[in-house]
Design a protein around this ligand. Sequence first.
Ligand SMILES: [Zn+2]
Length: 362
Amino acid sequence: MQTSKIWAIIQWGLGGFILLLSLVAFSTKGGILSGLLFLLLAVLVSPLRKKILALLPVAFPKMIVIISGIVLFFASFLTFPSSETTQLEGDTAEEVVERSMPSVESEEMVGESNIQSLSFSSSKDIEVQEGKDVSDGYVLAKVNDKNAFFEDDVTFVSGNSEIATIEYSRTALSNYLYYTVNGIAAGETEVYAVSKDGKVESEHKKVVVKVDEEKLAKEKAEAEKKAAEEEQKKAEEEAEKKAEEEKLAKEKEEAETKAAQETKSTSEQAANTAAVAVPQQTENSSGNDAGGGGNGDSFNTYDIPEQQNTEASYVLNTKTHKFHKPSCNDVKKIKPENYGTSSSSRDELMSQGYSPCGHCNP
Ligand SMILES: [Zn+2]
């Protein structure tokens, strides 16, 4: 009596545990079939079995119940979708069972869909600089049989290969697929991994390709430098042009001044010529006998102090053949047409027929 009671408790307990597994299966995505099978198994394991068997023909062999129980046991685990339930209560036993299963499962399913899921190691966006690459992540391929899994069962895809590309780099622990993302041009796109048969696809991960700040700064600096150089060149050219213009203006001004002076002196000369038309006669007549030399000049009305400005040693009156020191007052009075200068020596002038002025005694 005691033994059968304990036996009943064990059966109820086991049935309850399997019922719990069925609930776990039901709560799992795609685990409805597994849940139903677990439910049946729970009923079969628990003493409830007896009540159901009572409804069946008496001749129903006990062996069939045992076999169907074993079948149900495996079937319920095999249909169980992946291993998303690991956090739930009682998962230890389940996981142990589950992990022992795949080898059985894979024999049937290899080639069809060894890959259960593909997931990135992190959900963070991938950031990479233009022209550079980054390889800090991996895609975990959950597979039924690691031995039957190869890295080329998975393809890495980029949404826009003009912005970024992604490529497989290496494998770790059979099913950790490391990848490298290359930044091609600034922008945003996404990358993902997909099984060769296209049935399993990872989540899409955002990739942000940033502009190469260093390059940008360098380019900017170069552009600024170039602009500054051009500006300086321009300024220099302008300064040069201005200097040229100023020079031209000055030259023009000088030429004008000179022209004006010439005009002035010409008109003065003309006026003087007219004015002294008569005195000239006097000068002429008195010039020869003038003992003082400058006397002839004194009759005219000339007053041209500029005539004293000469580098030459002597000023000549070509008419009277007198020669003076440039500072001599008589020099101012020499008629321009008779004005001359000479740096010859005193004796040379004397030999040419010139006589020294009686006022300045050159
Ligand atoms: Zn003199």
